[in-house]
Structures are given as C-alpha cells and as structure tokens.
Design a protein around this ligand. Sequence first.
Ligand SMILES: O=C(O)C1=C[C@@H](OP(=O)(O)O)[C@@H](O)[C@H](O)C1
Ligand SMILES: C=C(OP(=O)(O)O)C(=O)O
Length: 430
Amino acid sequence: MDMIVTPTGRLKGELQALSSKNYTTRYLLVAALAEGTSTIRFPAHSEDGEAMRRCIRDLGAVVEEDDEKIVVTGFGRHPRPVKELNVGNAGAVLRFVLSIAALLPEVTFVNAYPQSLGKRPHDDLITALQGMGVEIEHHNGKLPITVKGGHPRGGKIQVSGSVSSQFLSSLLFLTPLLDEDSEIEVLHDLKSKVVIGQTLEVLAQAGIRVEASDDLMHYRVPGRQKYRAQEYTVQGDYPGSAAVLAAAAVTQSDVKLYRLTEDSKQGERAVVDVLRAMKVPLTHENGIVHVQGNGRLTAGEFDGDEFTDGVLAMVAASVFAEGTSRFYNVENLRYKECDRITDYLTELRKAGANVEEKRDEIIVHGRPEGVEGGVEIDAHFDHRVIMALTVVGLRAKNPIRIRDAHHVAKSYPQYFDHLKLLGAQVQWVE
Ligand SMILES: O=C(O)C1=C[C@@H](OP(=O)(O)O)[C@@H](O)[C@H](O)C1
Ligand SMILES: C=C(OP(=O)(O)O)C(=O)O
C-alpha cells in the first residue's frame, strides 16, 4: 500500500502517544524468562511487538491478551525446543532471542525480510556466543542463523558494542540464567549506550541483579538467578512520537502528546530538547509535550547517538530550518532497517531537500521556503524513513507518494490515523 501525503499547513489536536516498542519487547522477554505469571499493561501493538509474542509463544510461554494487557506465563530457564523461529523484521527481537536460543539444542532463525533485516550484521553477538561455547551457523554474520546451544558457559565474556547495543542487552538477558557468574566486557565502543539504561531498568524490575560500571563498559552478573513474575506498565514511545512532534514543528500547530514522561530512560526523550534548541515553541510538563509550531526553525548541531531512533524525524524537521544542521556520531544508522544515511538522504533529495552525508554524519542545509515534493518515495522497508518523509511531505509544495508505506506498522501502525486526527491530509492508495 502507498501513502499520498498532501501539503498541510495546520495541525491541531491531542493524542495519547503510542506505547513504547523497546519496553514492550523487553517486558515480554523477561516475563517469558520468569516461571510464574506476569501482566504487561498497555503493550505496543505493532509488528515488532507481535514478533516477540510469537517467539516467546513458540518457545513455550503461554500468552493471553485483551485490548489493554498481555498475561504471560513464562518458561523460566527452560524454553521449549523448537526448530525454527521467525522474528519478522525486528532487529531487537532477533538479537535478544538469539542468546536465549543458546539454551536449546538447535534452532534456526529464518530470513523473512531478505531486503531489510536479512542485510543487517550480527557478527559481534555471534562471536561472543561462540566464545561461550555455542556453535552457530550463519551467512557472513547474517540470517538465516542456526544456533546449536545447550549449555552456554558464563565466565569472562567479551562483546563489541561498536555496531549495536542490542548485542550487549542480549547477553545481559541470558547471563543471569547461567550456572556460572559472568563478567561482560564491552570492546571498542558502545553505540546507542542510552538504551542499555532501559535494559538495566527492566532487569532490576524483574528482580535480576547486575553490577554495571559507570561507563557501562563492564558488568558483573551473578549466575543461577531467577526472573521474578511481575506486573509491568509500558510507557509512551518517544521514537515514534518524535515524528509526530516533528510534524507539529514544521507546521502551524497546536498539538498535545500525552504519556511522554519527563524522566523516561528512553534516549529519544532528547528530541524535545532538540526541537527546543531549534527554537520550536513547546512545553513539556506532567508527561505532556505541547507544541505550538509557527513553522520557523533554527538549525543546530546534535550528537545523534543520544537519540538514535529519533534522528530521522529531527533531520526531517531540520530540512525546513534556517541555516545548516549537523547530526554527528550516527554511523550505526547504516545498520538499521535500511542504510539510514545513504538510503534516507536519497529519498530526502528526491523530495527537494539539500543534504550531504559523511560516513558518520548527516548535514542538512535548511530550506525554510519549503521543498518541491511531487515525487515518489521508496520506503526501503523502513518505518522511520516512512514517518520522516511524511513530515517532509506535509510541508512540501506538492504531494508526495510513499511507496509501501504499510511498513510503518513495524513500530507505529496508527501513525497515519494519528496524523489524520490532527488534520493532516494523508491517504492510502493501492
Ligand atoms: O535495544 C533496543 O530495543 C534497541 C536498540 C537500538 O538499536 P542499536 O543498539 O542497534 O542502535 C534501537 O535503534 C532499536 O530500535 C531498539
Ligand atoms: C532500528 C529499529 O529497530 P530494530 O533494531 O529493533 O529492528 C527501530 O525501531 O528504529
């Protein structure tokens, strides 16, 4: 399905933010790793959430759900042997479950999205698990991947963090269940470091003890721990909301987004500060972000690694800013659903934006006068490209057509309905 985005001058209204993808995947996993029954309130309903539900069900968790909660009875440290797992296009789900699969004799992760997740590298996690005595068959570090586990060893574990923080998170979920205590050392660098705060928060909520160094590069994890069955409440999602806030920032707007707590550990919370730095009129109080956009933005320079999944939306906003913006320290955007630097900038240029790339930077020469539009955009299987190009389309001079925009459902199936509620002119076409 394609989406036609027609230029829209004004947005007005109030929305409840969607539920957090990253907390939903984590709560489902720790609930499955507990032996009792856990309840997850307000889980995200999206393809990635569904992928984690499918995997934990296949591994033996009992999952029941209604409109507002999921009840999970876990399998503890004894997942059910299964031949195949399908994680859809969800990187975090694949990486987290890969380590848990090491508790099984043999399981293959199938390649359901050869053009997206099928291109992403998992070498660093594979190497770490091999060091723990797990045999792994793979295709140059990519899917399909077969894990031949059984009895992974704890002890001294090393993992590179230079491509993704998900590899470290994955090991932090597995190691508490091992017989030995573990010491995890992160090699090279740790990208998307802020997300590790979410992993540690969820582990603590599940009753798991982990000692982390202040720089988040070293961990001590006692073995033989048990995940506690719990009640969890999922908070609002900043990465998805970033696109709605960017849309409000580039138009004449009066938009309130609820359920965005000021003290959230989501790094993408920083998009509120980014927009503020771009001089977008807004307030953030009592979990409500209120944008009263006047369409005027000022360029700025930002460390994108602080708000990884919000960068594309902020770049889209900066397309209309006065001056040149720079988003640096973003190389790992190249290893996401698509190459979020080269592929994304290709689409932005088609729409009329003036952008440049470096290996680890996106540079935007703002066009406050607007961009031409009137083009077809390739979604590259990437929900965040779809959301960001929609923001650009709202302020273009002519409509844009985003091909295969249904991939927005990876994280935010209601995105276009939410924008419509605010008055955006967006329309699905076959
Ligand atoms: O741990 C997580 O849930 C995630 C970590 C981040 O990935 P990287 O660590 O690969 O940057 C983020 O982009 C992704 O959407 C979710
Ligand atoms: C990169 C993302 O997700 P994942 O790595 O889980 O596929 C994302 O949600 O933007």
